[in-house]
Design a protein around this ligand. Structure first.
Ligand SMILES: Cc1cc2nc3c(=O)[nH]c(=O)nc-3n(C[C@H](O)[C@H](O)[C@H](O)COP(=O)(O)OP(=O)(O)OC[C@H]3O[C@@H](n4cnc5c(N)ncnc54)[C@H](O)[C@@H]3O)c2cc1C
Length: 441
């Protein structure tokens, strides 16, 4: 006999917890099924950056309110509890293989003096804990340590089964099971999407990093000379301690090469690894709409790569609000959820072109070591602040464009490579990566 609820939510990340919290506070009987033994356990890499005040990310203008211990989403009209710490950072630096030349986004000195808008890293476990606590107070029933493996639906709603033998039925169901969503696979949603690649990487929390202007996010272009290939990495202040940093790189071999043999080794002379996390992420094009097999999708489960924690919260909230309105009217099925589907279309695929997201990682593969050093030395002044991943390539081009005439004189071959590269070529260029991936089709 299945346990029955108004709403069942699969997955207890930011999207699922926010959906469950909202629906339970609005009066529905809600169950949340989570694979981990507790939703607040962090298993996977996350930079834990808070992307705020930039380029109308998902048409929101979210901001932290530390006094109130909340994050506020004024456009979508909700806020979430957050009692963790923050660490500010002031700029984004793209650093060349010589570990010195750089293109800067955001004015580090001005922002560090409080004149501009800094960015933050936050403690994701604290965010999840706040949501979990409010779910519990609102009466959400948690089934943890349960892996959803099967879904079916009929006119009465959706039934989910777990590998552990549970059966749960809901008039409505929200899938928030993340970027490698099993429910997107089971319902056929992924067959309507284009598989891009399987991305694998490791993040190291380290101490003993030494470089000037350390409170910035560094998108570094290391160079693996014995294989003559780029060795991109990301370095970011960690929220867990003032001397701690988050270093994100393809894996252990690249990590060792970067800190011991590349030009960046001067930054990492005395590094100690405090903890590690990893991720394996299947990147798909966005779903045509976040609905399939009677199930509503939120967060990473239906989007391209990362919805970000903020996007996951927004879509979890909006999906639950649409379910509550439908339940109140006694309606079900796709048409009853139009509020959410229209909001999602307008603020996600119509607001951001995922091909632009792909452009920045591709930019990291197009040039030689010497060409990267040349490019990073061209742009003198800091560019306008943004960390919007859909705009990173645009931002780089904004810096390089005024120097194209000089580049055509000094490096005509490089200038041709740059002007030939257009966002609409991104998918074609990245196509070979799909062949070495593991699609959950
Ligand atoms: C390397 C990396 C860096 C990132 N950096 C940032 C950043 O700086 N800032 C930012 O905002 N975002 C960042 N993100 C993105 C962010 O982590 C995600 O967008 C966000 O966690 C998505 O939330 P979600 O709730 O949709 O999915 P998830 O957080 O993935 O939650 C899904 C939940 O579902 C559970 N689950 C999965 N399958 C099942 C199943 N079959 N049955 C039951 N439960 C299941 C999982 O255990 C998990 O708890 C980063 C992501 C990566 C990979």
């Amino acid at each position: 006999m299945a346990q029955t609820f108004d709403l069942i939510v699969a997955g207890g990340g930011p999207a699922g917890l926010e959906a469950a919290r909202t629906a339970a506070r609005f009066g529905l009987r809600v169950a949340l099924i989570e694979r981990k033994s507790h939703p607040t356990l962090l298993m996977r890499s996350c930079a834990q950056m808070f992307l705020m005040n930039m380029d109308s990310f998902y048409n929101e203008a979210m901001y932290p309110a530390p006094q109130q211990q909340r994050w506020v989403f004024p456009v979508n009209n909700f806020s979430v509890p957050y009692r963790g710490s923050y660490r500010e950072f002031y700029a984004c630096h793209f650093v060349a293989p010589n570990a010195s030349d750089r293109i800067e986004i955001g004015d580090y000195e001005r922002n560090a003096c409080g004149a501009g808008v800094p960015a933050y890293v936050f403690d994701k476990a604290a965010l999840l804990q706040g949501l979990f606590d409010e779910c519990v107070s609102a009466g959400v029933v948690f089934y943890t340590g349960r892996n959803v493996v099967c879904a079916s639906h009929d006119s009465g709603g959706v039934t989910l089964r777990t590998a552990e033998g549970d059966r749960m039925a809901g008039r409505y169901c929200i899938a928030a099971d993340g970027v490698n969503s099993r429910l997107a696979q089971i319902t056929g949603l992924n067959r309507q999407r284009r598989f891009i690649n399987t991305a694998r990487a490791v993040s190291y929390y380290i101490e003993g990093v030494r470089f000037e202007r350390s409170e910035a996010i560094v998108l570094g272009m290391g160079w693996q000379r014995s294989q003559n290939r780029p060795l991109p990495f990301c370095l970011l202040p960690s929220v867990y301690g003032p001397e701690e940093y988050w270093l994100y790189v393809a894996g252990e071999q690249d990590f060792q090469y970067l800190i011991r043999r590349s030009a960046f080794r001067q930054w990492f002379g005395d590094v100690r690894v405090l903890r590690m996390r990893a991720n394996v992420v299947n990147n798909w094009s966005p779903a045509p709409e976040p609905y399939a097999g009677g199930i509503i999708f939120a967060g990473d489960s239906c989007w391209f790569a990362e919805a970000e924690n903020t996007g996951a919260l927004m879509s979890g909230h909006r999906a639950a609000a649409a379910v509550c309105a439908a339940a109140h009217r006694g309606l079900a099925g796709r048409n009853a959820l139009q509020d959410y589907l229209a909001w999602w279309r307008h603020n996600w695929p119509q607001a951001h072109d995922y091909r632009e997201f792909v452009c920045y990682p591709l930019f990291n593969r197009l040039f030689t070591e010497e060409e990267y050093v040349y490019l990073h030395a061209l742009v003198g002044r800091p560019l306008t602040w943004s960390l919007n991943p859909f705009k990173l390539y645009d931002r780089l081009m904004e810096g390089l464009r005024p120097h194209m005439a000089r580049m055509e004189r000094e490096r005509p071959g490089l200038a041709r490579k740059i002007s030939r590269f257009r966002p609409d070529m991104a998918l074609q260029l990245i196509a070979p990566a799909a062949r070495s991936g593991f699609p959950n089709r």
